[in-house]
Design a protein around this ligand. Structure first.
Ligand SMILES: *Cc1c(COP(=O)(O)O)cnc(C)c1O
Length: 434
């Protein structure tokens, strides 16, 4: 498998280099060169596979010898060890529940796969690898959990002080061992900037072997393609008509949606992608005007999507080339706080289904798409378990939803973390002594 940087399309690296570097030195993003579609036989036989077997077939084709088949199979079967239920609301609306992993959010897919890939690629090295990850909540907890106690890897997680939910924070700050959490006095964008600056800093690179686990790392996007195929597999297994398959993707950094575009480019028959965003609408505005104008993020109840400068934007442009193509591939909807809460309520009253705020944004986006474009086979990616956002969901539904046991036990554990200013010098001196 060969990859290039979006800023140097003629220079290639291996999958190992791309995964270990995280970000190319020219500040672009790594992209796979070859998107040859999967063979027809794969789609004809898809119902005969399990989720893991199908995932192995997709990765074998896409990664083209970057990892020997037996090792790849072991990584996939170990990383993707949880269910991906497709829940029916009605004939035109389904919810793909991506929250059945360790930290109850879809980021477990990327984190578990990436940790095993990194550990595989560095198994013969002496020096520790240091993973830097900026989080608005869910990435940090998934990465911390996914890399916990993985040999040869240390993780530094940066989260914005007071802007992640208590449970998200506890998922990052109660592990210890090879996981170091930093509470940054700033926004998610500050955290993301600190990580980016660290990667571009030559003296830090000399001192530490750094890599990133944000959705800029290509290793996270690979497993995220797989549940788009899984949706198709489950519909095909039920003999359903998938000719108007629409995915509504609650989006922040657009890693999830980019992975969907990857799947489509590999031949998955997707009729339409819908980008559902909250008040952080920079991508929505881009779709309307053709102008991309990043701005500081705003805080919302769907906080994992509070992103003012989506980090995968360059990948979407690279794949689609022009604004017109982007507009064809992706329809956008922006959903405000009130509308999100209304949707949590009406999804519960109509379907007896409890949606987290991000999922509710996705459901609202799908509804608006169907109103505008007619009925389809709509699938909303449900990115987190509602209990991860218990206070908002409880308040909105006037309820007291149950915490799954995995979250309940966190309340008893001791938190350990440092607080830090958003100035790069402070972060740098911390890393120089790490
Ligand atoms: C990260 C996250 C999102 C946004 O995903 P992107 O890939 O950054 O667009 C949506 N919902 C939840 C719960 C998340 O954790």
């Amino acid at each position: 498998m060969k990859l290039y940087s979006t800023k140097s399309p003629n220079k290639f690296v291996s999958l190992k280099e791309a995964v270990l570097n995280g970000l190319p030195a020219d500040n672009g993003l790594y992209m796979p060169l070859d998107f040859a579609p999967l063979p027809n036989t794969f789609f004809e036989n898809i119902t005969q596979y399990s989720f893991q077997e199908m995932s192995f077939e997709v990765c074998k084709h896409f990664l083209k010898g970057a990892i020997p088949q037996a090792d790849l199979k072991a990584i996939i079967f170990d990383a993707l060890n949880f269910d991906v239920p497709l829940v029916r609301l009605n004939d035109h609306q389904y919810i793909l529940e991506l929250f059945h992993g360790d930290t109850l959010a879809f980021k477990d897919f990327g984190a578990r796969f990436m940790s095993r890939l990194l550990s595989y690629f560095t198994k013969d090295d002496n020096e520790d690898l240091v993973i830097l990850v900026a989080t608005s909540g869910d990435t940090g907890s998934a990465v911390a959990r996914g890399f916990y106690e993985v040999d040869g890897i240390r993780v530094v997680v940066l989260f914005p002080e007071g802007r992640v939910s208590e449970l998200q924070q506890r998922q990052m700050t109660t592990l210890g061992k090879n996981i170091t959490p930093l509470s940054i006095k700033g926004s998610f964008d500050d955290c993301q900037r600190l990580v980016k600056e660290a990667f571009l800093d030559a003296s830090l690179h000399q001192k530490l072997r750094l890599t990133s686990a944000n959705s800029i790392n290509i290793a996270r996007l690979i497993p995220q393609m797989l549940y788009y195929f899984e949706t198709y597999r489950q519909f095909q297994s039920k003999g359903m008509d998938t000719s108007k398959l629409v995915f509504s993707v609650p989006s922040g950094n657009f890693g999830n949606l980019t992975a969907g575009l990857f799947a489509k480019t590999l031949g998955l028959p997707v009729y339409q992608f819908v980008a559902s965003v909250n008040d952080n609408d920079v991508f929505y505005q881009y779709l309307q005007t053709g102008e991309y104008k990043p701005y500081a993020s705003k805080q919302t109840i769907s906080n994992a999507m509070d992103v003012g400068k989506p980090s995968n934007f360059a990948r979407i442009i690279d794949l689609c080339s022009t604004w017109n193509n982007v507009k064809d591939e992706i329809k956008g909807f922006t959903v405000n706080e009130e509308e999100t809460k209304e949707q949590i309520k009406s999804t519960f009253s109509k379907f007896n289904y409890t949606a987290c705020p991000h999922t509710a944004v996705g459901i609202e986006g799908l509804n608006r798409f169907s109103q505008a474009e007619g009925e389809c086979l709509g699938v909303v990616l449900s990115t987190a378990h509602p209990a991860k956002f218990k206070s908002v969901v409880d308040e909105t539904l006037n309820a007291d939803i149950n915490l799954p046991n995995r979250l309940e036990v966190l309340k008893e554990k001791q938190q350990n973390y440092q607080t830090m200013s958003p100035a790069f010098e402070d972060f740098k001196s911390f890393l120089m002594n790490f």
